[in-house]
Design a protein around this ligand. Sequence first.
Ligand code: DAH
Length: 336
Amino acid sequence: MLDKIEQLDQQSAADLAAVNSAEDLEQFRIKYLGTKGAVKGLMGLLKDVPKEIKPQFGQQANALRQKLQGAFDQCKASLGDTGKAKKKASTIDVTEPGVPASLGREHVITQTIDDLLEVFGRMGFDAVTGPEVEDEYHNFVALNIPKQHPARDPLDNFYLDDPYASDNPHLLRSQTSTVQIRTMENNEPPIRVVSIGRVYRPDEHDATHYSMFHQIEGLYVDKKVNMVDLKTTLVQFAKAMFGDDAEIDLVPSYFPFTEPSAELYIKMQVRDKMEWIEIGGCGMVDPNVFKAVGYDPEEWTGFAFGLGIERVAMRKYGITDIRWLFENDTRFLKQL
Ligand code: DAH
């Protein structure tokens, strides 16, 4: 009878040595320690054990049970997470088709900004940036925009300070022309830069107006810069951006920071036909602007331009409502 215990001891030791995974271990537990396992079976034999060895048998069977339980616990702990991971891995059906990873894409405004930086970069324009929170000096005063000018109406700007209480109140910039001033304040000519960024105006939102949009500002300052340089640059830009068929037209206009000034129209493919689209303003830098930044207007000349990025993007991609650009509805954005 005591041999049976000895046998079970040896057999269980051999089985335990072969345990490699959580499943093996579970089989081991069922075989030896389960409710119908071998150890329970030993206890069932107790009634047939001769009286004189009963206590010994009981003791040894108990010792074996404890030994096996201890070995099981230890083995379980050492299998630990790998055991669990193996169990999990085995439940994955590798023949399932799987969930396709959805691809992100660049927003159309970002794409347009990249295209513009590339085109102007090839023409030698460096990219610069300026703050979105500006002061009245850089947004208006240094740009030769006088106090009574309608563009300075507090109702048409996002003032952050009381415009009547402060002599240089902060506001969200209403145009990227501010960066012309900041660039010239901090650099000596010659200068050839573009600056792209957000601008803010408290417009009611509709198909063509939004209270935030993007502009690109260009500035070229050197000796003897003239309108032909400006026009050549804009023609090159229009063709690079909209194709060789694109044409430009400069229509005389007025901006306080340029003299002479013009509105820029570009003739481009809009769906099935060519259309003239007004895309921004430009001109020769006004001498007063040079004076504000400490450049001698007798020595330096320059041109500047400012274009609306949304206008460019909407025409290029045939988008008819500016709000779609900022609602972040992926069903719309995915089409571009
Ligand atoms: N800042 C003007 C606007 O927001 C656009 C502009 C016009 C910029 C003429 C210029 C320029 O640099 O020369 O309407």
